[in-house]
Design a protein around this ligand. Structure first.
Ligand SMILES: [Zn+2]
Length: 303
């Protein structure tokens, strides 16, 4: 899914209009409380937590991501207060391994839920992780909290809900999407951000080229009317995604040029390759440093 220059140019044309749309949407403050997507589909928003998507059916409730461990009780309480939300949570998707997504795994695993994730996500949750850029440590999850139904490529549930691997390594190397065809809603976890610069977790496989590829994969799963729900920030439209492909494609191009000229991360930050996006996206230095490191990690693993 890595774009050719021709594809980048093509999306750039779409991108300018989309960018303005994205601007208007992201100027709105983050809504608190639940967002109703359909009668049986909600985004549960608990303060300080990432998006939790809840689908209710006659068997109970399906969740896409479960909030952090600290927020888990509040998240599950908010889910049970939804219309038809008091049934058993039978299925939980982990869009990736980060603790903001996997904090309800232990409770729901003990309650017998199917925890669906990409196999790479399970592998990360089985080991202790330390991020090299800030020393932050993550403890492996107990067995009962680990995904118990993993996959490599894609799958479909009896309810018709589809899921698949975002193999481009956008946010981590275990990103997945969940598509609700009846409601035309696509949950994408960390593979797209609705607000601000994404966390660039290159230690567990994400990289700036993967962000571009992942967004293009989202475009190929979605259609013009699909609403795309990221883990962070407001719901995105199809043109919003096109605008992001354009922006991250441009930044990725600029960074690779610097990498091939032998520049280092500090020089990349000083060159301000995301300057024109900062008014909307916020200061970019931290993101650019991580993004450059991610190219280094991805393109020259032996360096
Ligand atoms: Zn994440």
């Amino acid at each position: 899914m890595y774009p050719t220059r021709r594809q980048l140019l093509k999306t750039a044309v779409v991108g300018t209009a989309g960018l303005r749309l994205a601007l208007a949407q992201q100027a709105a403050p983050e809504a608190s409380g639940n967002v109703k997507l359909a009668d049986d589909l909600y985004i549960v928003r608990v303060h300080g937590e990432g998006a939790v998507i809840a689908h209710t059916d006659r068997d109970g409730v399906l969740l896409v991501d479960g909030g952090s461990a600290a927020g888990s009780s509040a998240v599950l309480k908010a889910v049970s207060a939804l219309p038809n939300g008091s049934g058993k949570i039978h299925t939980l998707f982990n869009t990736h391994w980060h603790p903001e997504q996997t904090g309800s795994n232990e409770k729901l695993g003990m309650a017998g839920a199917a925890i669906i994730a990409h196999e790479n996500t399970r592998l990360w949750l089985q080991q202790n992780i330390t991020w090299p850029w800030n020393g932050q440590k993550f403890k492996k999850l107990p067995k009962i909290a680990q995904p118990n139904k993993t996959f490599y490529d894609k799958g479909t549930l009896d309810s018709g809900i589809r899921y698949g691997y975002i193999s481009d390594a956008a946010h981590t190397d275990g990103d997945l999407y969940v598509y609700f065809p009846q409601q035309n809603i696509l949950a994408v976890g960390g593979a797209a951000y609705g607000q601000g610069w994404p966390l660039m977790d290159w230690w567990t496989g994400g990289w700036i080229g993967g962000i571009v590829g992942g967004l293009q994969r989202i475009q190929s799963v979605a259609n013009r009317d699909t609403k795309i729900v990221p883990a962070v920030g407001p719901v995105l439209s199809f043109p919003d995604i096109a605008a992001q492909v354009d922006m991250y494609g441009t930044i990725n191009d600029r960074l690779s040029q610097m990498l091939y000229k032998g520049r280092g991360p500090s020089e990349a930050v000083e060159a301000k390759p995301a300057k024109e996006y900062e008014a909307r996206m916020g200061p970019s230095d931290e993101f650019i440093r991580r993004a450059f490191e991610s190219q280094w990690a991805y393109l020259s693993p032996d360096a």
